[in-house]
Design a protein around this ligand. Structure first.
Ligand code: GLY
Ligand code: MN
Ligand code: MN
Length: 460
């Protein structure tokens, strides 16, 4: 049992002043999620940010993700829908949010539809949110069961002029499976063909780009657990250990700290460190190898994204150290360069120019390669063939407006690398930073990165 909050909560800072009253009996609730309870102010504020951007007479729906099938009757664990979580804090399957900010009937302005708990579900699947719990998580007062959805869709649609519907518009997404949101769109368009439909994702990308203080606290918790995991693994790294044993060390630290993996961890020794999306994690470590660890903890759906490259023996060779220091210089300069107003493409180009010079010093390219390079194919791409970084948040490669200048509140990864298969190693270093008015803030500044600090950590 955890103390959640008292009977009233004032939300005065935003567009409208609102007072949300919670019944006193909600003072204590059972925490049904792995992470600690989050003050629903976060989700109330997030909904206010969305409402401020909708046209008058607008209705919007956001659906949970499907539980995806595997083989036979198997399923994957459900991945909460990031937009639904951002707007409600709800992670339960089949949930639907309806927002109609200027509906004349106040009770219709925010409705959350949930699976109705029953004895059968309780036996087979366990706990489902009660109305009271859903209110305490989301701050939404009007909780309905899914059986009411068809009737209420009709009522809401008949009063709406504009309907915003959600879809995955991440530029790099490969969408081959129809989502619940996609099925919902098909249903509405078939039954209400004369409405004006709009894309919710444009607005979601805008508002999710700028992280609030509460979101940053959640992300910082994910980062601090990632640090614990990394330090545990650095101390356990030695010749003869396998990549999957180190994966288990991360799981140990993440799970006991209420976290999951942000993504399948990359634990890549020796030549595997040159495989950008390596995820077999099944090889044995050897002295002389480098070990690339690209791993992050996910806390309350917020993702950390760390990369460190460490020597299996505990000591870098002179050559490994020289390449490592080159990557570190590019990373430090790129962190310093992530200032308000910078365009992502310019930031990336600056890093490529620095990398060209580093590769020249390392003898990996020649001046002629730089002189002859095409703008679209800088010389460094032979050894640094991926991007410099991405926005980070509820998704690892988060949604955001990447053509717009960096703005305060953006969180970015900074992850240059040099991969030299013919020398049997690759080095990537990745930190997570916050763009602020006063310059970039390194959220991973306390995770060892200097080669001497890495060696000292491994010697412990
Ligand atoms: N691990 C995913 C990335 O670094 O982008
Ligand atoms: Mn990463
Ligand atoms: Mn990354």
């Amino acid at each position: 049992m955890i103390l959640v909050y008292g009977p009233t909560l004032c939300e005065a800072k935003h567009r409208q002043t609102r007072v949300v009253r919670f019944p006193t009996r909600l003072r204590f609730i059972i925490n049904t999620m792995r992470h600690l309870h989050i003050d629903p102010k976060l989700f109330i504020q997030n909904r206010d940010r969305l409402k401020a951007r909708l046209m008058p007479g607008s209705l919007t729906f956001v659906n949970a993700n499907d539980i995806l099938p595997t083989n036979a009757d198997g399923t994957l664990l459900m991945q909460p829908n990031s937009d639904l979580f951002y707007l409600t804090g709800i992670e339960q399957e089949e949930s639907v949010l309806a927002l109609f900010p200027d509906h004349p009937d106040e009770s219709m302005r925010e409705i959350l539809f949930l699976r109705e708990p029953n004895e059968h579900l309780k036996v087979w699947e366990g706990h489902k949110h009660s109305r009271e719990q859903a209110i305490s998580i989301s701050g939404i007062r009007n909780i309905k069961w899914l059986s009411a959805l068809p009737t209420l869709i009709r009522q809401l649609m008949c009063d709406a002029d504009h309907v915003y519907l959600n879809s995955n518009e991440h530029k790099r997404a490969v969408v081959e499976v129809e989502s619940r949101d996609a099925r919902f769109i098909n249903h509405l368009r078939a039954h209400y063909p004369l409405h004006q439909y709009h894309r919710l994702s444009r607005i979601m990308h805008q508002i999710r780009s700028v992280k609030s203080d509460v979101e940053l606290n959640l992300l910082n918790r994910a980062i601090s657990v990632t640090k614990k995991g990394f330090e545990r693994v650095a101390k356990a790294t030695r010749q003869g250990v396998t990549e999957y044993e180190l994966e288990a060390e991360f799981i140990h630290e993440f799970t006991r700290n209420r976290c999951k993996f942000s993504y399948n961890p990359i634990i890549a020794a020796g030549e595997n460190s040159c495989i950008l999306h390596y995820n077999q994690n099944d090889q044995t470590l050897k002295n002389g190898d480098l070990l690339l660890l690209d791993v992050g903890a996910n806390y309350a759906n917020y993702n950390a994204d760390l990369t460190r490259t460490i020597p299996v023996s505990g000591k870098f060779t002179a050559r490994q150290r020289a390449v490592y220091e080159a990557v570190l210089r590019v990373q430090k300069a790129s962190i310093a360069g992530a200032v308000v107003g910078k365009l992502h493409k310019d930031w990336f180009k600056e890093s490529q120019e620095m990398m060209n010079q580093e590769l020249l010093q390392l003898g990996l390219i020649e001046q002629k390669d730089i002189d002859d390079q095409k703008p679209s194919e800088p010389a460094c791409r032979k050894y640094f063939m991926h991007g410099l970084g991405h926005v980070l948040g509820l998704d690892v490669h988060d949604v955001g407006l990447m053509h717009e200048p960096f703005a305060p509140g953006w969180v970015l990864t900074v992850e240059p690398g040099i991969y030299i298969p013919k020398e049997g190693f690759g080095i990537r270093l990745e930190n997570n930073i916050l763009v602020t008015e006063n310059g970039p803030m390194d959220l991973m500044a306390d995770i060892a990165i200097e080669p001497d600090d890495i060696e000292a950590l491994m010697a412990q």
